[in-house]
Design a protein around this ligand. Sequence first.
Ligand SMILES: *Cc1c(COP(=O)(O)O)cnc(C)c1O
Length: 366
Amino acid sequence: MSTLLPAGSRRVDLRSDTVTQPTPAMRQAMLTAPLGDDVYGDDPSVNALQERIASLLGFEAALWMPTGTQSNLCALLAHCQRGDEYLVGQLAHTYRYEGGGAAVLGSIQPQPLTQNASGEIALADMAAAIKPDDPHFARTRLLCLENTWNGQPMSASYLAQATGLARAQGLATHLDGARLFNAAVAAADGGSVAAAARQIASHFDSVSVCFSKGLGAPAGSALCGSRALIGQALRWRKMLGGGMRQAGLLAAAAQHALDHHVDRLAEDHALARRLASGLTGIPGLTLRSAQTNIVFVDVADGRGPALLAFLKQHGVLATGMIGLRLVTHLDVDAAGIDHALACIRQFFQQPVVGLDAVAPPPPAVY
Ligand SMILES: *Cc1c(COP(=O)(O)O)cnc(C)c1O
């Protein structure tokens, strides 16, 4: 009765869009990239990428970064001084998943704020959290938003209102746009993705974008902003140990990704919809959100860990936080999604055995 393949014969890695392997064409682009020493500022591939991403997103300058975490941290350090604070979502990556770097390394106090199910911070909460100029308080200096958040794109009107409020109160604004291009593909709705990305970025003083997520590069992010801000960020990147030499190898991968892997994000989004519609109606599962390339599903009766373990036995990898997170990307196809769905259906056809006889799931890693 099982339609499943034997364990191990198929591998479908839905843990994150970071797990993609560079394609043969991307590897070729990396091998043939002209290289210099980026600490001297003369790696032509890095320089070309920086100029391209800055102009693509409508900024004066950009800086290549080895990771998104370092990019966000350099942005926070460049915007804020010791004793400043930044407003950030309680569940935002910079606050929750970056080791507290802004506080540890920058003496920047986070002011985390509740987010709604779409990841938005209520404007009233934001306004109430901005401190008056009084020595009792840290100086509120920056608003940091994330788009997409948990795969969900923020509406253009919310972005305009939230950043407008911040600006009116003298705050700078930073976007953690690790998956900015997923948001842009969703917003473009078949139109120009570059124009949609630029439109989202236009609300912010700085934007960090990852090449290593859905765009499929092996590593790398970029921080975009004014020339002055990027000059500050360059000092911090050096201090943080992020000055890399022949980084053009990785910049070439990012260039290739911008050439070939942006519009195709729509395919990842279509696969996520295929997954979500297959999950709908399976008793024991509640679809929580399924936008762009990330599907969240709640698992009833504490069966999440057992489901994760069952899926792993059948070659399907996912992560769990509250329920299950399933992410589509370059290295997943429709057959893989259908295999994952068949495994999930089979799991729920089995009788419930002793609850949680297996280890708890690993924490979600972005
Ligand atoms: C992945 C991610 C980052 C940066 O992660 P790195 O693993 O350091 O590249 C930042 N913000 C969000 C929302 C992310 O998903």
